[in-house]
Design a protein around this ligand. Structure first.
Ligand code: PEP
Ligand code: MN
Length: 331
């Protein structure tokens, strides 16, 4: 339930509402808006009796929230959420381009690719230091050494850094180095990791699991928000279907659907969806055309020798081509 305050309600009145909600055994989360403040009630397992709240001073009305996710619902937060990272804004404006290798392999590799994607127009550098691999024998990432390389990339190029935390043992380290903490598709259901990310002051890039519905993705975003971190960026990266012409099936309908249900920004990862580089440009164009707030693209200066996901990594010239093609869609 959402308790909507009058336009001229005071902070003291808002605090009195939150106290009363706590007396009722729930939690009240203030949601300041452009026109007025609302207080979202979370933690209730059934309908809330609003009679104790409606009589309090400053209250305009109460609105029942029909979705199971509250803090990340358009019902409680009608305006698009804009997430500011460094000097960029994600959501509600021009698409933000995040590009780089699947994994950080060496300082030379990361810096070479970072300079190339920066020249092409990327604002954020991607690269995993901790890699969640299907095989335990595959390259698992450089760990903290990789994070240090990412810090150097930021220092040398000015690009912001998005990199993945794969579990509770490395999230503290990742948050020290990253500008945006990535939670991968495999961890979308890792609720203790989501809660921990909810305590971070850094924005979280939450990828949709290949077997999750949109409601499940939004419930995972709710886990992060319910711990206090409402800076969540969603990412559609392809889901598993019977279709086997691509690694996953890019669900482009997720973009308008999420935009209807949630104020959170949603970006698209065409690389893990396609699994092959020749489909990355067309899928990126599709993503921008349906309103994605950005792209997360794998690029490598030498894809045949990449330690992971070389098949789907763009050559630098192709990244340049991608940027040219999407620019014509944005204008
Ligand atoms: C990645 O972006 O590096 C990655 C591992 O992707 P996903 O979690 O979507 O598989
Ligand atoms: Mn990858």
């Amino acid at each position: 339930m959402l308790v909507v305050m009058k336009n001229d309600a005071t902070e003291v009145q808002v605090q009195a509402i939150i106290r009363e909600i706590e007396n009722m055994g729930y939690r009240g989360v203030p949601m300041p808006g452009a026109q007025r403040t609302a207080v979202c009630i979370v933690g209730n397992q059934g309908p809330v009796d609003d009679s104790r709240l409606l009589v309090l001073e400053g209250v305009k009305e109460t609105i029942r929230v029909t979705k199971p996710y509250k803090l990340v619902s358009r019902e409680t937060h009608p305006e698009a959420r804009v997430i500011a990272v460094g000097d960029i804004k994600i959501g509600g404006g021009e698409p933000v381009i995040m590009a780089g290798p699947c994994a950080v392999e060496s300082e030379e590799q990361a810096l070479t690719i970072a300079r190339l994607v920066k020249k092409g127009g990327a604002q954020v550098f991607r690269g995993g230091a901790f890699k969640p691999r299907t095989s335990p024998y595959s390259f698992q990432g450089l760990g903290e050494e990789g994070l240090k390389i990412l810090a150097k990339v930021r220092q040398e190029t000015g690009l912001l850094i998005v990199t993945e935390a794969t579990d509770h043992t490395n999230i503290e380290l990742v948050e020290q180095y990253a500008d945006i903490i990535q939670i991968g598709a495999r961890n979308m259901h890792n609720y203790s990791l989501l809660r921990r990310a909810g305590h971070s002051s850094k924005p979280v890039l939450l990828k949709r699991s290949f077997a999750a519905t949109i409601e499940e993705l939004l419930m995972s975003a709710e886990y992060i928000s319910s711990e206090g971190n409402n800076q969540v960026i969603l990412c559609e990266r392809g889901i598993r279907t019977f279709s086997d012409n691509t690694r996953n099936t890019l669900d482009l309908s997720a973009i308008p659907s999420i935009k209807e249900s949630s104020p959170l920004p949603i970006i698209v990862d065409p690389s893990h969806a396609a699994g092959r580089r020749d489909y990355v440009i067309p899928l990126s164009k599709g993503a921008i055309a349906v309103g994605a707030d950005g792209l997360l693209v794998e690029v490598h200066h030498d894809p045949p020798h990449a330690l992971s996901d070389g098949m789907q990594s763009l050559y630098p010239e192709q990244f340049g081509e991608l940027m040219k093609e999407i620019k014509s869609l944005i204008r």
